[in-house]
Design a binder for this molecule. Sequence first.
Ligand SMILES: [Zn+2]
Ligand SMILES: [Zn+2]
Length: 278
Amino acid sequence: MLGTGTPGPDPDRSGPATAIVVNETSYLIDFGPGVVRRIAAAYHNGVTAFGFGATQLHKVFLTHLHADHTAGYPDLILTPWIMGRRKPLDVYGPTGLKAMTKHVTKAWELDIANRVHGPERLKTDGCRVNAHEIRPGVIYKDRNITVTAFPVRHGEMKGAFGYRFETPDRKIVISGDTAPTETIIENSCGCDVLIHEAYSQETYSKVSRKWRAYRRRHHTSSKQLAVLAKRAKPALLILYHRASPGGERLPDPEQVLLDEVRRHYQGNVVTGHDLDVF
Ligand SMILES: [Zn+2]
Ligand SMILES: [Zn+2]
């Protein structure tokens, strides 16, 4: 777990970013703000598959285009390149990813030109991005991993995906941001790990009507997630992307969320923190 936060700038919870490591190869899901710093911290903790400065990370999957999941994009494109990445990045995500990639690269064109033509003489290949706009189904496969994208329900955000990752020994599903949907159950039935977003009923009851309606359309409550997990039966359920508003006065909003899920779900469930390894 690299970043388990939301749009709220919580210094303990970086923007959404999750990595899967298979046979010393790393795969990244989402690039919220802070992503490259968190990767560097994970590297220092022993997750060496990223390479120093994320130079060995080449395959990236984006759930949707919201800023909390994408604000680390220039960092992901530029920093590892400056640190020595030589090969292009492959990024898979919804329609709109190509335009975002083009604009981000354009925004930093002066710096890129300086580093290519100045004394550093960096090769342009390392800051190139192959942006792949995807449809539901198998979107990527190599000898370590098969990646399946499936649609989720995230209010008016078109093209929001969850992903199923199948490796030689594990099936891992990540929800991205979503209201409860059957596609999560279809894809996570009997999986080893389900990483799912959630908000607590307790915080929900403390936010304004407008934000309650927003959460219902875009996100999943503790109780809804418990109902869903009962059907999907993941060996391990990890909660992430926990909403903060409404929890300001609770002594331990994380525990509140966990207790609410456990009230309705008897399976193995934990909350994810930045830099946790499962
Ligand atoms: Zn989000
Ligand atoms: Zn979102």
